[in-house]
Write a new protein. Structure first.
Length: 357
């Protein structure tokens, strides 16, 4: 149910699994119930949501963080300056934006095996609407052609299954779509220019066996897409699904000690896909790339982690290589960046109608 003009929820929670990237055991993959907090605890120093005056006329980066602090940090682009924060969330995970610049954030519902999706106006810190999702929500995507909002995740209490909730015009009660029984959960998702939804998925509870599914426009079945290269990832870095204006793009962690990320551009025919181009993101030295990736205006954005601090970085697309820019500090460990999206300023939308391009 969509509810307008709700006040900020002053709720947050401790997490069950530690998310110290590269420092000890692996947490459950995002979206899994084991990765969700099980109690309501107000994080120390969370404070109130805030936004620096006079910055809503700029392009803004939103990044979600989950662990000790359920919050969303807001940064200007390309300056990389922190100008706001949305606090009091439980376990925010994915983020996406619609054609009007409104930002959607998926969050865990308090003391429930379900989720809440909050919608914020560009530069706003109080939800303008909320949606309820019966699953553990992870990623989200808005179809510019229809205005439909898709939310990907996992449903179940003892036996898990991938689920996608689609809200017509981003409101009301969703239509639910489910993956095959072998698919434990869905991660990030994206629409192409034919209103087909592509979603990354995993096969086991460790979150280390990944694939790609497609919910074709007007269909009720999520098909498996067979790709001629393996898709790799980790619980801290599951594959993202992106759209570059021409092709679906899937991120994959490179094997070897460097841990760099490859972005695979896919040529899709029926239920098969070939990798026809690769962009490699160099994260500079010992930095690790984590969380969701996002494409906008010829740039690809993701989070990088080094020495217990996180930053947002951006690379030229499809060039890749070293980052073209890095934001100021985002989170201090153990809080880890997960969701990421860019909301364009109203003044810049005429030249960039589709924010995914």
């Amino acid at each position: 149910m969509r509810i307008a003009n709700l006040g900020q929820h002053a709720l947050a929670s401790c997490a069950v699994a530690a998310m110290l990237v590269g420092c000890g055991g692996s947490p459950p993959p995002i979206g899994m119930p084991g990765a969700m907090p099980q109690s309501r605890v107000t994080p120390a120093g969370a404070g109130r949501s805030w936004m620096k005056p006079g910055t809503s006329n700029q392009d803004l980066l939103y990044v979600t963080g989950y662990e000790d602090e359920g919050l969303v940090d807001i940064y200007t682009y390309p300056q990389g300056e922190k100008v706001g924060a949305i606090t009091g969330l439980v376990a925010p995970q994915g983020a996406c934006v619609d054609a009007a610049g409104n930002v959607f954030v998926t969050d865990r519902a308090p003391e429930s095996n379900s989720s809440v999706i909050y919608e914020y106006a560009h530069g706003g810190t109080t939800p303008i609407a909320t949606l309820s999702d019966p699953a553990f929500a992870t990623g989200c995507a808005v179809d510019p052609a229809t205005g439909n909002l898709a939310v990907s995740g996992v449903i179940g209490t003892t036996h898990y299954r991938g689920a996608v909730a689609v809200y017509a015009n981003a409101e009301g009660t969703p239509s639910m779509y489910y993956g095959a029984k072998s698919i434990v959960g869905f991660l990030y998702c994206v629409y192409n220019n034919h209103s087909d939804l592509y979603v990354t998925e995993y096969f086991n509870d460790s979150g280390e066996a990944y694939a790609v599914g497609r919910l074709a426009h007007g269909r009720s079945r999520i098909d498996q897409i067979m790709i001629n290269k393996p898709i790799r990832g980790f619980p801290e870095l599951p594959p993202s699904a992106l759209w570059d204006g021409k092709r679906v793009v899937i991120s994959s962690v490179r094997t070897g000690p460097d841990g760099k990320v490859s972005l695979y551009r896919l040529a899709i025919s029926g239920k098969t896909a070939r990798v026809v181009g690769t962009t490699v993101l160099n994260h500079c030295g010992r930095r690790e790339t984590v969380g969701q990736a996002w494409l906008f205006g010829g740039m690809v954005f993701s989070s990088i982690f080094q020495h217990y601090y996180s930053h947002i970085a951006w690379w030229r697309y499809p060039n890749g290589g070293k980052p073209s820019g890095i934001s100021s500090r985002v989170f201090v460990s153990p809080t880890q960046p997960l969701g990421l999206t860019l909301s364009p300023a109203q003044s810049s939308k005429a030249a960039r109608v589709d924010p995914r391009h």
